[in-house]
Design a protein around this ligand. Structure first.
Ligand code: HEM
Length: 436
C-alpha cells in the first residue's frame, strides 16, 4: 500500500491486494485499480515507470483541492530532483527545444500575465465563428472513408481533425498543415508507457524539435508581415505577436512556447475525446440510441450533456500535468514534502462515488456533472470551448451520416496508447453500411 500511509488508509487483511499500476492490463482498464486506491490509499506514493516517485491523488474532493492549491507549483524547478535533473517530467523534448515557458509550466504572476494575453486572442467568440470550418473539416474526413464501409476512426478521423483545426486557428498556412500532421503522428506513435516519449529513436523529442523550428520561422515571417491594424479574423499567432508589441512583454520565445502548448494541449486530448467517446458510445447501445434519436429530432441537449459525460466517464486526460510542493502540506491525511511531485488522477476523481451517483454508468443526460476532465482552478483548460465544438461536431456528424456504425474488433483486442498523462486508443476499427 501507500508508503507512509496513515493507519486509517491501510487495507484490512481481508481486502484484495493492491493492484499493479502502469501495466498493459492497467492501461486497458485502469478503473478497478483507481477504485481500490480511492478506497484504501487515496493519496498514494508510488514509483512511476520512469523511475520518478510521485503522489497519486484519486478522490474527487482531494483532487479538486490539489488542483486549486497554490502551494502546488507547476514549475519543474520545484521538483526535488532539480529542474535539470533526468528530464523525466514534462513533455519530452520541450526542454532542449526551449519551449518550457508555457502556461502549464508556470505559476502566477507570469501565468496570470500570459493567460490574460492568450485569452484576449483565443476568445469564445473566435471559437464560435470557427464552427463552420470544423463542420467542413469533419465532413471532408468522413467523405474520405464513408463509401468504404469500414475505417480506423483514430487515424482517419479523430487524429487529423484537431490538427487541422489548431493549425487553422494558429495561422499555419494550409500548404504546411500536412507537415504538422506528420510531426503530430510521430508524437502519437512514439509515446511509451510512463510518459517518457523515448520511443524508437526518441520520436517525440524529434517531432517537438521540428515543430519548434517551424514555429520560430513562422513567427518571424508573421512579425515581418504584421499589418498595423488587426483584421477581424486575425490568426492567433499574429494576435500574440501584436500583444507582445504593445508593451505586454511577451517575448518571441513566449509566443513560440504558447503556440506550442496550444498545439500540444489541444491535439492528443481531442483525439482521445473523439476516440474514447465514440468507443464508449458504441459499447453502450441504449445511450447511443438515445443520442441518435435526439439528434434526428433536431435536439442538441443530449449531445451537450453527453459530451461532458463522455469526458467524465472515460476522459482524454487521465492524470493532470505535474505539480510540485513548494512547501510541506497535508493532503488526504498524507504529508507531502517540499519538492515532491503530485499527480492528480482526473480519471479516478471523476468516478468517485462520493461525488457522482452510479459513477461507472454512462448517462448522457447526467446534469449534476462537475467533472474534472478539463481540470480546475487557474490552469482550467483554455481550449474547452474549442474541444466541446470539435467533440460535438465529430460525434453528431458521425452518428448522423453513418447511422449503423459499429465496432469491428473485440474490445479485448484493442490497444491503448502508452503515456502517463493521456488515455486513448491506438486504433478504433469500425464498420457501417457504405454511405455516399
Ligand atoms: C489545460 C483538458 C482540449 C488548451 C488543460 C487541463 C486539462 C485539459 C485537464 C489542465 C491541466 C492541469 O491542470 O494540469 C483538455 C481536454 C481537452 C482539451 C480533455 C479535449 C477534450 C484543449 C484544446 C486546447 C487546449 C483544444 C487549445 C487549442 C489548453 C491549454 C491549457 C489546458 C493552453 C493550459 C491552461 C493553463 O495552464 O492556464 N486542458 N484540454 N486544450 N488546455 Fe486543454
Amino acid at each position: 500500500a501507500a508508503t507512509g500511509a496513515g493507519e486509517a488508509a491501510r487495507p484490512a487483511a481481508a481486502d484484495p491486494p493492491a493492484p499493479a499500476l502502469f501495466t498493459w492490463e492497467f492501461g486497458a482498464d485502469p478503473y478497478p485499480a483507481y477504485a481500490w486506491l480511492r478506497e484504501h490509499a487515496p493519496v498514494h506514493r508510488t514509483e512511476l515507470p520512469s523511475g520518478v516517485e510521485a503522489w497519486l491523488v484519486t478522490r474527487y474532493a482531494d483532487a479538486r483541492q490539489a488542483l486549486a492549491d497554490s502551494r502546488l507549483s507547476k514549475n519543474p524547478v520545484h521538483h526535488s530532483e532539480g529542474a535539470h535533473g533526468k528530464g523525466k517530467v514534462g513533455i519530452p523534448g520541450e526542454r532542449s527545444a526551449n519551449l518550457m515557458t508555457h502556461l502549464l509550466n508556470i505559476d502566477p504572476p507570469d501565468h496570470t500575465r500570459l493567460r490574460r494575453l492568450v485569452s484576449k486572442a483565443f476568445t469564445p467568440r473566435r471559437v464560435a465563428a470557427f464552427a463552420p470550418r470544423v463542420q467542413e473539416l469533419t465532413d471532408a474526413l468522413i467523405d474520405g472513408f464513408a463509401a468504404r464501409g469500414e475505417a480506423d476512426l483514430i487515424h482517419e478521423f479523430a487524429f487529423p481533425l484537431p490538427i487541422y483545426a489548431i493549425c487553422d486557428l494558429l495561422g499555419v498556412p494550409r500548404e504546411d498543415q500536412d507537415d504538422f500532421r506528420d510531426w503530430a503522428g510521430m508524437m502519437l506513435r512514439h509515446t511509451k508507457p510512463g510518459g517518457t516519449g523515448g520511443g524508437p529513436r526518441g520520436g517525440v523529442a524529434k517531432a517537438v524539435k521540428k515543430i519548434r523550428g517551424y514555429l520560430a520561422e513562422l513567427i518571424h515571417r508573421k512579425r515581418a508581415a504584421l499589418p498595423p491594424e488587426p483584421a477581424p479574423d486575425e490568426d492567433l499567432i499574429s494576435g500574440l505577436i501584436r500583444a507582445s508589441d504593445h508593451g505586454e512583454h511577451l517575448t518571441e520565445n513566449e509566443v513560440a512556447a504558447m503556440a506550442f502548448i496550444l498545439l500540444f494541449a489541444g491535439f492528443e486530448t481531442t483525439v482521445n475525446l473523439i476516440g474514447n467517446g465514440t468507443y464508449a458510445l458504441l459499447r453502450t447501445p441504449d445511450q447511443r440510441e438515445l443520442l441518435q434519436k435526439s439528434l434526428a429530432a433536431g435536439d442538441r441537449d443530449v449531445l451537450a450533456t453527453g459530451i461532458e459525460e463522455l469526458l467524465r466517464y472515460d476522459g482524454p486526460v487521465e492524470l493532470a500535468t505535474w505539480r510540485f510542493a513548494t512547501e510541506e502540506l497535508t493532503l488526504g491525511g498524507e504529508r507531502i514534502a517540499v519538492g515532491d511531485p503530485v499527480l492528480v488522477v482526473l480519471a479516478a476523481a471523476d468516478r468517485d462515488p462520493a461525488r457522482f451517483d452510479a459513477p461507472d454508468t454512462l448517462d448522457l443526460r447526467r446534469t449534476d456533472n462537475p467533472h474534472l476532465g478539463y481540470g480546475h482552478g487557474i490552469h482550467y483548460c483554455l481550449g474547452a470551448p474549442l474541444a466541446r465544438l470539435e467533440g460535438q461536431t465529430a460525434l453528431a456528424t458521425l452518428l448522423t451520416r453513418l447511422p449503423d456504425i459499429r465496432l469491428a474488433a473485440e474490445p479485448g483486442d484493442l490497444r491503448w496508447r502508452g503515456g502517463l498523462i493521456m488515455r486513448g486508443l491506438r486504433t478504433l476499427p469500425v464498420e457501417f453500411t457504405p454511405a455516399p
